[in-house]
Design a protein around this ligand. Structure first.
Ligand code: ASP
Length: 340
């Protein structure tokens, strides 16, 4: 039986056109596909249904509620399709893939998110290959997780990062092997795929739009006043972007006391490295151990996108700060290495 694929089109460069103000969204993506993907190619493609969201957006405008909408759409159609493709802007694509991975935890079918750096409407573009390959991956392969496909790389969604603003090879997963390399052949890295029993007990909380988490990047000279100013805001999770393996200055007692105050107020303070590769080891230096003593917990080798959406998801599911301190350090769907 011919397989069926569901394509959710959210917007992004892939469906844009030039304007005097730069690229803008254009109407009629389904027609564009027909024009741009010649019948000799489209004839070989699986059957797909394209769902164009009523308002397509530059992904810089995305909100957590939009992540929930996409997850709900996939969940509602889970039994009707063999695989799912989400077309999305590249700027916040890794946030969306990460958020979907938590909401659709245990999914037994491929969910492949892609987009492009040059619109499909342009003669020279990376959109056609990304689109066609994403559909093929969603159709022909047993990939039981949320992934990001871009320029020959299939990456675990919650390990992916946009690493280049303009290159076609815009995405990578510095802390996890690629799930597949796509050249002439599609080489699936079977051992890197998630190995969990599929389940459709997805976690789709009612309200996903409350603002729960704020990232705070350390810089030389950062003051306790800045931390205290952030503490007055109603965020319940703070992601502290620290140096190297998770270090922060330990020669400013006020700064450390500010972190202690945050934990005492029931906020979850998660330590994440500013480095692209590797992760947090809070015990490696005294400067890291001081954070442990101040109640800060390690985010291991998670990306900022994974950490942000994981905390957001856990808060949206209504867990207490205490539960979240444990859960956020646990491997839920391949987003964090167990031993580092
Ligand atoms: N600004 C665009 C977006 O994220 C960039 C892209 O799609 O490549 O929607």
């Amino acid at each position: 039986m011919k397989k069926r694929i569901y394509i959710a089109y959210t917007g992004g460069t892939i469906g844009m056109q030039r304007s005097p103000n730069g690229y803008v969204m254009m109407e009629g993506f389904a027609q564009l596909i027909e024009e741009k993907i010649p019948p000799r190619i489209s004839g070989e493609m699986p059957e797909y249904d394209l769902h164009e969201y009523p308002t397509q957006i530059d992904s810089s405008n995305i909100l957590p509620a939009d992540w929930l909408t996409i997850a709900q759409d996939i969940s509602a159609r889970y039994d009707d399709y063999d695989g799912f493709v989400v077309l999305h802007g590249t700027d916040t694509m890794s946030y969306t893939t990460s958020a979907l991975s938590f909401m659709l935890k245990g999914i037994g079918k491929p969910v492949i998110i892609t987009g492009s750096q040059i619109p499909l409407s342009e003669i020279r573009n990376d959109a056609q290959d990304n689109l066609v390959t994403a559909i093929e991956l969603a159709c022909d392969f047993n990939i039981p997780e949320v992934c990001l496909y871009f320029n020959g790389r299939l990456l675990r969604g919650n390990r992916s990062l946009k690493v280049k603003a303009t290159g076609f090879d815009a995405f990578d997963s510095p802390n996890y092997p690629w799930l597949a390399q796509i050249g002439i052949h599609i080489e699936l890295n079977q051992r890197a795929l998630l190995d969990t029993s599929p389940s459709t007990a997805f976690e789709l909380p009612h309200n996903y739009n409350a603002r729960h988490v704020v990232p705070l990047r350390l810089f030389p000279g950062i003051s306790s006043q800045l931390i205290d100013a952030v503490l007055t805001l109603p965020y319940r999770g703070i992601i502290l972007r620290t140096y190297g393996v998770g270090n922060a200055p330990d020669n400013d007692p006020e700064l450390l006391r500010a972190f202690e105050r945050a934990s005492a107020q029931g906020k979850v303070v998660l330590n994440l490295s500013q480095c692209l590769q590797g992760g947090v080891h809070q015990g490696s230096y005294a400067t890291g151990s001081a954070l442990t003593n101040a109640g800060v917990i390690s985010g291991g080798d998670m990306t900022i996108e994974a950490a942000f959406t994981k905390l957001h998801h856990l808060f949206s599911c209504g867990h207490s700060a205490e539960q979240i301190r444990t859960e956020v350090q646990r491997n839920i769907c391949g987003e964090i290495s167990e031993t580092q």
